[in-house]
Design a protein around this ligand. Sequence first.
Ligand SMILES: [Zn+2]
Ligand SMILES: [Zn+2]
Length: 340
Amino acid sequence: MRAMLLSKLAPIEKNPLRLASVEQPSTRKNGLLVEIEACGVCRSNLHLIEGDWKKYGAPSMLPIIPGHEIVGIVRKVGSSVRRIKVGNRVGIQPLYSSCLKCEYCRSGRENLCESAEITGETVHGGYAEYIAVSEPFATLVPDSFKPEYAAPLFCPGVTAYKAVQASEPRKEKSIGIFGVGGVGHLAIQLAKIKGSRVVAISRNKEHLDLGKIVGADSTVQLVDDQEVFIENMKKKEGLLDSAVVFAPSEHAIDAAVRSVKKGGTVVIGVFGNIPNFFFYEEKIIKGSVIGSRKDMRELVSIAQESGLKVVSKKYLLEEANDVLAKLKKSQIQGRAVLIP
Ligand SMILES: [Zn+2]
Ligand SMILES: [Zn+2]
């Protein structure tokens, strides 16, 4: 099969991904062979490829096929597969597998499992024509979804959903979404679906416009001076009940912590330090990473019922290096999706 293979970590401008012909993956007893229709291009793919995550042990092997937001059609099933049939449409998220036995797995938090495998980081991912996956970690996807719509649900979608849930969205609550990219534009809609008042926050004016388009009630621009930002927030919205941070910077995290009320909740979905935290304000800070299988199923049904909009654009698999270079320069609106 064709795949975009990463053999050496390098800056994306050096075109580290190379189109290669590799062996089609084999399936186990409980496994599925999926013919990939689309795979989303995530900023974390860029970090992985450029070596930013070497210190966290990712990727754990080279060469590797990156990509972790995948949708496709099941072409083969193993002998013990029951729930899923050949011809079904499924999606695969970053959580490729987990032990299903530990305390995290038994309590529906398999995304925290110590022996979790991550798609495209510890096992081959979706920048290819085929992928194998075990049945418990494949999520059924309605046939009515277009591939470029469905694929982004499997990383930005589930990431946004779990983080928004952690911010405890409900009517009468105001939630700030910091960062309006691939994840943020979905988080805005998901918080709206839950009835909250949503404020989109970004440095980038075009991203703020996107926030408006997908339904944010208002927008506040992030600026270098935190005092100015907080003054603007107070004038426009007042302090927030909760904030969710997807903008990968300490500055955005700090702005989020400052912009919630005392006792408010800040959910952080990116790497970054928390420079200012005062116990006497009783704020709650939570981390949120990808999602569980249940989160994934819930999101797919919410997408079906609510008409969640996914802003995405299709590219050819072979264009992966160029697409990632554009992403690096913030020249991609919403999500880029590779079609093999
Ligand atoms: Zn991702
Ligand atoms: Zn486990």
